[in-house]
Each structure stands twice: as structure tokens, then as C-alpha cells.
Design a protein around this ligand. Structure first.
Ligand SMILES: *Cc1c(COP(=O)(O)O)cnc(C)c1O
Length: 517
């Protein structure tokens, strides 16, 4: 296929050229028959059979693609992936879903990453639960928007029930509330927004004096949120971690005192329940206690560790109930499809800090529907918002919280057992035992010093990617490069993960040999 398709006048003519102007003023005329065809693409009771056929076609297509999967990825390089997409002429529609899906195979599905594959152990993406996929059919077909009652009806109450249910699992009281968001980044932003305005509502507080304390291993979205909220770059203070990579409480005490001593104001302390790289859980009770004694808001970022709420390892989250706000990503350790996250606050009155009203949307008097018609938009940073909550709802109604917790237990057990086995392996160095489900490794190659191993690590990752059988991530710890396995697939067994780690060691050995030769 040509890289420069025939139907792209806009690329060859400037926008001010006369021919283009003429086209703009006289859009191509359509026949009535064509318009009828276009109208039939809209979901409508009269078109329900056509919809059902298309939906079945899509499912059959996905199922066929699943049957063809031979590994987590095919190792496609970014330049080739870009070229495949660029080749498509978006101004020449194919006219039917079958052909469009076949084209999609070529430009995406044949080479995409598959999160059910046990050789994939890189990022915080999970295989997804089928009850949640069933919900996706309804979410997209009905297409409610969760901003107001009249656009979602029972959906508003389903979301509210799930927020209340999550709050109860956290250990919050009846004053708790919250809202679903698009992800942990957004949940953290909203929580820090509330914390900022809460701090600013106190007498004498100025934006430029506010400080946010977070462990040095905290998620980068905390930094981004602070910037968006207008805080100076120096406002986010990294707190040192202990040998288990948890926030060091002595370091936190010093940092809290230092901010106060230098005339700053403590806006928030962010504790992480499951750090992105190490899966470490900060000592939540101690952190909350110290922070509250200094008048700071406590936010717990449980984007990763949130699944522990329903697992038999719930005790790892002890103290989370002392938080003022909590982030939970259901699209990580709850096996929900992207996006599905929530921000939950202990005291609903704090949500007033994001509240804004518009006559056309959420007037205080209910706009004719009365006060019994609540609107979630007043609690959210978004307006039009997906009914992501339905995925969690159907998951809980079909398999229950214990069912999800069972899968989280499998991940924790898998990480611990694999770690134990890796301690006996001499061509890999592993970090301390995982609390959640990450493993960090470095190849040990005789004759290579630490700097040479650092140089080797990205090549190992790239070589594995190209082969397509194993996918791992990479990070830096204390200035050294490590390969990272995030275990989020309960279908994987210890031998599967050891297969990944053996591939890491063998690849490192081979690459080191090539370089020496
Ligand atoms: C993944 C993650 C986030 C960000 O969540 P998104 O859903 O990717 O936006 C925030 N905090 C932690 C600790 C995470 O692991």
C-alpha cells in the first residue's frame, strides 16, 4: 500500500488555495439513499438486529484474534507500527465493519500486547474479568453520562453505592463520599485539589507556602498534580525511604518539622499503598498520625495496592482508614478494563472544594427534578463521564469481592514464591521480598562491573521485546538500572515467571558474550 494515498488534497494544497475553498462551500451532495444508510449506523430499536450482528462480529473477531496469539507481543518496532497506521486513508471509508476489522488486524491487533499472556510481566496492566467486559457492552450501548441524574437515572445510584461500599472497605464512616475517575493520576489530582483548598481555607495560608510530602518512591502524578494546582516546584518534598522502600517515619518527622520551622505550610502528606516500582506500602498508621499532628491532609495513593482491600492480605493496608482521601485503581489489582478508578474522601463536605454550578447542568434546586435527583458532576473534575462503575458492579454481582480478592491473593503468593526461588539463582540479583507483586532483578554476569551491567540492562529489555516471548519493564533504583516484573496475571504460575527470569539471565549472558567478542 502506498504511503501517500490518492485522496489527500489537504496535504498537497494549502488551506487558502481557491479549489479548497470551493470544496468547503459545497460539500459533496449525498443521495437520499446514502443518507438512509448513514442513519442506519445509529443504534435504534429498529436497527437492533444489525447492531447485534455487528457486536457478534466484533466478539467473533476478537475471539479469532485471541486464538491466533502466539506470545505477549510480536516485537514490532515503533517505526513499522507508525507506518502501518499512516498507510490508512482516513478519507476513504471501507463501508463495512468486516473490512474495517480486517484492516485493524494488520495495523494493530496482529501485533498488540496481550495482558493474559504469562510471558508479559512489565507494567501495571492486568488481564480483565469477563463480567466487566459484559458491562462494557452495556456502558457503550446505553451510553449514559454520569454527570447528572437525568442522563443516567439508576446509574447515579449504582455509582454512589459502589463509592459507599469502597469507603466501607477502607474503614471510613458514613460521612464518606467520592466519585469514579479515569485513573489514579486523576484521582490523585482531585485529592490534592481538595487538600490544597482545605489548606487555603485556613487563615493566613498562601499558595506559595504550601508543601506536599511524599516518599521518594511516590508516583510522579503527585508532582504533576502539584504543578497543575499552581504550587511551586519546590513544594513537593521527597521523603527518604527505609530499607524496605517504605516511607521512613523518622525522615517524615524531620521533613514535617523542617517545613514548619522555615515558615512553610503543610498541605498534605501522600502515603503510597503499593509503590509503582517496589510495591512497598508506607506505614499508614504512623504516617497518618504524624501528618495529622502537624495539621496536614493525609492522602493514601492505593492505586496499585487497592486490591488488597478485598484480599486475605487486607492487614497490609492497616491504617488506611485514617486517611482524608484515598485513590483506588480498579483497573489495576481489581482486573477491570481501563478506565476504572475512584477517589474516596472520609468527609464528604470536603468535596465542596471542587463543586461548581451551571444553570444548564446542576442548579442547586435540582432544576425541576428536585433535590432527590443528585448530580455526581458536582463532585467531579469531569463533566460528561463514562459509567465505569458498572464494570465493578457486575464484577461484584457475578463473582463477588471475595472472588476478586482470591485473584489478588494469587498475585501476592506468586510474587513471594517466585522471589524465594530466585534467591537460589546465581545469575540474577533480586531485591528484597515483595509486599505486593513486583520483582526487581539485575543480571549477574561474571566479569561485568555494576556500570557495565547498567549499560546492559536496556539491551536485555530490547532484545526480549524483539523476540516477543517475554516483556519486562525497566527502572532505576539508587542510581542503578533494574529490570522490573509487575505480576498482575493470576493465570501465571511460578514456572511461568521463572521462564521470564531465565530469559533475562540468558539474554544478558548472550549479549555480554557478543559485546566481549
Ligand atoms: C498507576 C499508579 C498511579 C496512576 O494511575 P493511572 O491509573 O495510571 O493514572 C498512581 N499511583 C500509583 C502508586 C500507581 O501505581
Amino acid at each position: 500500500m502506498s504511503l501517500t494515498p490518492a485522496h489527500t488534497p489537504a496535504r498537497t494544497q494549502g488551506p487558502h488555495e481557491p479549489q479548497h475553498q470551493a470544496q468547503h462551500e459545497h460539500p459533496p451532495r449525498r443521495t437520499q439513499q446514502q443518507t438512509q444508510q448513514h442513519l442506519r449506523q445509529l443504534l435504534h430499536p429498529a436497527h437492533r438486529h444489525a447492531y447485534a450482528d455487528s457486536a457478534r462480529l466484533a466478539v467473533d473477531h476478537l475471539v479469532a484474534a485471541l486464538a491466533r496469539v502466539r506470545g505477549p507481543v510480536t516485537g514490532l518496532d515503533p517505526a513499522r507500527a507508525a507506518a502501518l497506521v499512516a498507510e490508512v486513508d482516513l478519507d476513504a471509508p471501507l463501508g463495512c465493519a468486516q473490512q474495517a476489522l480486517e484492516e485493524l488486524d494488520r495495523i494493530w491487533l496482529d501485533d498488540t500486547a496481550w495482558f493474559h499472556e504469562t510471558g508479559l510481566a512489565a507494567h501495571l496492566n492486568c488481564p480483565v474479568l469477563v463480567p466487566a467486559l459484559v458491562a462494557e457492552v452495556l456502558i457503550s450501548g446505553v451510553n449514559p453520562s454520569l454527570d447528572t441524574f437525568d442522563q443516567s437515572v439508576g446509574g447515579t445510584f449504582i455509582e454512589q453505592r459502589l463509592v459507599a461500599w469502597t469507603a466501607e472497605r477502607i474503614g471510613f464512616g458514613p460521612e464518606a463520599d467520592g466519585v469514579f475517575t479515569s485513573g489514579g493520576t486523576q484521582s490523585n489530582l482531585q485529592a490534592l485539589h481538595l487538600a490544597r483548598d482545605h489548606a487555603l481555607s485556613q487563615s493566613g495560608a498562601r499558595l506559595q507556602d504550601l508543601h506536599v510530602l511524599v516518599s521518594a518512591d511516590g508516583h510522579y502524578s503527585v508532582q504533576r498534580a502539584a504543578r497543575l494546582l499552581g504550587l511551586p516546584a519546590s513544594a513537593v518534598v521527597p521523603v527518604a525511604v527505609d530499607e524496605r522502600r517504605r516511607m521512613d517515619t523518622a525522615a517524615l518527622t524531620s521533613a514535617l518539622e523542617e517545613v514548619t520551622r522555615t515558615g512553610g505550610r503543610l498541605m498534605a502528606v501522600v502515603a503510597t499503598a503499593g509503590t509503582t516500582d517496589h510495591g512497598a506500602i508506607d506505614p499508614l498508621t504512623e504516617v497518618a498520625d504524624l501528618a495529622h499532628r502537624h495539621g496536614a491532609w493525609v492522602h493514601v495513593d492505593a492505586a496499585y495496592g487497592g486490591g488488597l482491600l478485598v484480599s486475605s492480605h487486607r492487614a497490609l493496608l492497616a491504617g488506611i482508614e485514617h486517611a482524608d482521601s484515598v485513590t483506588v485503581d480498579f483497573h489495576k489489582t481489581w482486573f477491570q478494563p481501563v478506565s476504572c478508578s475512584a477517589v474516596v474522601v472520609a468527609d464528604r463536605t470536603h468535596l465542596r472544594h471542587v463543586a461548581a454550578r451551571a444553570d444548564y447542568l446542576n442548579p442547586a434546586d435540582g432544576g425541576g427534578l428536585g433535590r432527590a435527583a443528585p448530580d455526581q458532576v458536582t463532585k467531579s473534575l469531569q463533566t460528561t463521564r463514562r459509567f465505569d462503575a458498572l464494570k465493578l458492579w457486575l464484577t461484584l454481582r457475578v463473582m463477588g469481592a471475595d472472588g476478586v480478592g482470591d485473584l489478588v491473593d494469587a498475585l501476592v503468593d506468586l510474587a513471594r514464591q517466585t522471589h524465594r526461588r530466585l534467591l537460589a539463582v546465581d545469575d540474577l540479583q533480586v531485591r528484597a521480598a515483595p509486599e505486593l507483586s513486583t520483582l526487581l532483578l539485575r543480571p549477574v554476569v561474571p566479569g561485568l562491573d555494576a556500570g557495565e551491567v547498567d549499560a546492559l540492562v536496556p539491551h536485555v529489555r530490547a532484545a526480549l521485546w524483539e523476540r516477543g516471548e517475554h516483556v519486562v519493564a525497566a527502572t532505576v533504583v539508587d542510581g542503578r538500572r533494574w529490570l522490573k516484573l509487575t505480576l498482575l496475571n493470576p493465570l501465571a504460575g511460578v514456572d511461568d515467571v521463572l521462564g521470564v527470569t531465565r530469559a533475562v539471565a540468558a539474554t544478558a549472558r548472550a549479549l555480554a558474550g557478543e559485546r566481549a567478542a
